[in-house]
Every structure is written in C-alpha cells, then in structure tokens.
Design a protein around this ligand. Structure first.
Ligand SMILES: Nc1ncnc2c1ncn2[C@@H]1O[C@H](COP(=O)(O)OP(=O)(O)OP(=O)(O)O)[C@@H](O)[C@H]1O
Ligand SMILES: [Mg+2]
Length: 262
C-alpha cells in the first residue's frame, strides 16, 4: 500500500473580510519526502497556503490534511502542539521573538519539545555556527541585519528536525554565499527524507532543492510539474550536498563537518 500523503489539500478557499479571495479552490497532494518549489506572483496566495498547512490559519472552505491529521479542524492549542511535533517554518518576515536572544529563539522549539538542554544547546550551536551567526547568540534580533535574522530563522526552523519544513523565501534576504549555505542545508534536510515546501523566487534554490514546481496564480494552482520531472537519486544528489550538513533527521547532533566553510 502506498504511504499516505504528507500533505493533502482539497479544494480550499480563503476569503478575508472585505478582500478578494486569497485562495480560490486550491488542491495539492504532496508525497512524503517530496520537495516542492511554490512559485507565483506577489499576492497569488503562497504565504497563505503555507499558513494553512501549518494550521496557523484556517481555510474558509475545503480541507487540509497533514500526515493524516485534519489541521483545519484543530483548535489553536492542538495546532500549536501539532506544529511543535512535526513542522518547522521559516517565515517570510522571520517572526523572531524580539524579547529573546538569538540563542534563546533558536532553543525555544527544543525547549517546548522537552529536548534535554545539553543536546538542544549542542544543536543550536551547530546550526548557528554552520550558518555563520554563532557570534550573535547573545544578541537580540533587533540588532541583527535582515540576512542575519533570516539565518537565525532557518536555524530555529531546523532545531527539532521537523518531518515537514515550510520555508517562505528562505534566501530572500541573503547574499550569494549565505544563500548557498542555506541551499545546502535544505538539500541535506530533504535528502534525509524530510518533506520540503519551499516558496522561492530564487531559481538556483528551486533548481537545486526541488524536484517539483507548483505555480500559483490568483489563489489556485496554475501549473504543476508533478509527473513531468523525475524524482530520483540523481535529483537529490543534484541538491549539492555531501550529506554532512547539519539538517538531517538521522545521526547524532554533530552531523559531521559543515559542507561549506564559514
Ligand atoms: N490577513 C489578511 N487579511 C486580508 N488579506 C490578506 C491577509 N493575508 C493575505 N491577504 C491577501 O491575500 C492575498 C494573498 O496573499 P499572500 O501573502 O498569500 O501572497 P504571496 O503569494 O505570499 O505574496 P508575496 O510574494 O508578495 O509574499 C493578497 O491579496 C493579500 O493581500
Ligand atoms: Mg508571501
């Protein structure tokens, strides 16, 4: 029997008061371990779609099932618990907590999940080190540049090695060197079997990390390369990782040397 989909979205609409429909009859099925690039013009519903999958927002109609769970039916507390256990999210505008230091922002998901503090600290140090922002661990996010904040947001999202990673323009604020590091990290995450939903205008990121591209227009799927692009070992290998990046689910906290020096 085939594995149930990681994500099954059926005919969702989303209408905000006094606004045009943000989503207008969108359906999408994502297999476990699949890596999708979501593209489309500004306002086409990309961020709204990620919010629905994360249970941060509810559709007006339709259903959203993640890992067999109807997230559109969860109350706020249950949705938060669900996210904590299974989802990592890199927000378009980072959403770091300004009152916590960088290190505490990154540690927070692990603390909420009950990870032993030494293990959490080792992983946080590793991620922040790999992403070149370890020296900012004691700083507050307000003191960081946009690119530094984005790297902290990436580290936070990967803390708990989520089965599903939702990333909204994860390289949008980064220079080419930092973008390449994040690309390698996300590729390693996906190569390790985690499902990846990646909103991106970064063609290099989409090309190297996604085996399928879904284009949104006016709140619905305008194009889907599903079936026309083979996903195989070569595709994964083309993500440009040697598998030693720190993003994977398996192995120890210290997953070997970083693939890109900082
Ligand atoms: N909370 C909200 N209240 C009212 N309208 C909203 C809200 N959130 C999103 N929208 C509207 O829904 C539409 C889709 O927004 P969304 O943020 O999903 O677009 P996007 O594809 O992520 O765009 P971008 O590429 O600019 O980030 C837009 O027209 C937006 O104004
Ligand atoms: Mg957006």
């Amino acid at each position: 029997m085939p594995a149930p989909p990681a994500i099954a979205i059926h005919d969702i609409t989303k209408r905000y008061d006094g606004a045009a429909s943000a989503l207008a009859g969108l359906s999408l099925t994502v297999a476990p371990g699949e890596s999708l690039a979501i593209v489309g013009p500004s306002g086409s519903g990309k961020s709204t779609l990620l919010n629905m999958v994360a249970g941060l927002d509810r559709p007006s109609t339709g259903s959203v099932t993640v890992d067999g769970v109807r997230v559109d039916r969860l109350n706020e507390t249950a949705a938060a618990k669900f996210r904590r256990a299974r989802i990592g999210m890199i927000f378009q505008f980072f959403n770091l907590l300004d009152d916590l230091t960088v290190l505490d922002n990154v540690l927070l998901p692990a603390q909420l999940a009950g990870t032993p503090s030494a293990r959490a600290r080792a992983r946080a140090d590793e991620l922040l080190g790999y992403l070149g922002v370890a020296r900012h661990g004691g700083a507050y996010p307000g003191r960081l540049s946009g690119g530094e904040r984005q790297r902290v947001a990436v580290a936070r999202a990967l803390m708990n090695r989520p089965a599903l990673l939702l990333a909204d323009e994860p390289t949008g604020a980064l220079d080419s060197v930092a973008a390449a590091q994040v690309r390698d990290l996300l590729a390693a995450v996906n190569a390790d079997g985690q499902t990846l939903l990646l909103v991106t205008h970064d063609a290099a990121l989409a090309a190297s990390c996604a085996s399928r591209t879904v284009e949104l227009a006016d709140g619905t799927v305008a194009r889907d390369t599903h079936g026309s692009v083979a996903r195989d070992a070569e595709t994964t290998a083309a993500c440009g990782t040697d598998g030693s990046a720190v993003g994977g689910t398996g192995g120890t906290v210290t997953g070997g040397p970083a693939p890109v020096s900082r």
